[in-house]
Design a protein around this ligand. Sequence first.
Ligand code: 13P
Ligand code: SF4
Length: 348
Amino acid sequence: MLTTPTKGAFLQKLGAMNPAAFSEQEEAEMLAAVEEIRELKRQKNAVILSHFYMPAELQVKHEDGGIADFVGDSLGLSAAAKNVEADNIIFCGVKFMAETAKILNPAKQVLLPSFDAGCSLAESITGADVRQLKAQYPGVPVVAYINTYAETKAEADICCTSRNALDIARSLGCDKLIFLPDLFMGRNLQTKIKAETGKELILWEGKCEVHEQFTPQRINGLKLMYPEAQVLVHWEVPDNTVADALTGAGGVVGSTSDIIRFVGESQNRQFILGSECDLGATLRGMYPEKEFIVPCIKCPHMKRITIQNTLEALRAIGTEKESLFQIRLEKEIMKRALAPIERMLAFS
Ligand code: 13P
Ligand code: SF4
């Protein structure tokens, strides 16, 4: 049974992150699941890693009465996964993130609550596509965004996340590099890099189906309604949005962590968020005194993960259902994908 203070702490945190009221029945079901998950984590020696795009109830930390042992962006989650000592990692994120966790900590069992949690970027490119690019541009280094599957990473020289892409691209001693698969992020990086170093990026045509929806019209319409607000946009939004997003009250274009840090350091009170809807919940939880205007565009892949299937994954550990949730990768692919991921982590 969840104790009254634990239940109170969870509901208070959840209320700050997600003011939408739950019905009495939904709340009772959620509290029952939270209670069982907390107990099963202990019994089955498991930890839960949760991305900032998860629904708010999956982002509340264990110490606040919730279920998450670590909440972070894709880089933070990779570093956390590498250091997990528990036998089982339940990954509340999408498949490419859970694969990265498995590659970094292969002795642990990594469980993904739903294998429908894909990603339009990861699905836009295969290992064979990268081999073809390498044949077309011999000797040009390949930087693979972490939003790729293991067989794609296995062909890359180095991986990056939105947090360290710029530093990695700057650091490579070459006048050209292949950046894949995000076209818009590549163009946004290119604008910075070319001005600084003259370096040219060869790009792929992948797009994030969430961030591509933050068109200039959408952001400019909100700026007219909230002229004092600063604008927070992820690297993955279209380059023509970035071109004028920061004109006016200012703001930031960057990674999820850059966005969080910028809000913390800004004296402004109001912000327009050009990123996934539930990052709005994260920001409300962290900065309750600030106001966030969030056009709520949800990643359908991230939302495949729920408190109920997280509970099912935990219940399955040690039963014949375990394999339904297990991340399994070929040894050879894991070995080849590890090198570019490790090179990336050296930049963190
Ligand atoms: P982060 O690297 O900022 O966590 O972003 C992950 C992602 O899926 C962006 O759409
Ligand atoms: Fe992929 Fe975009 Fe969803 Fe991130 S938000 S997981 S990039 S589809």
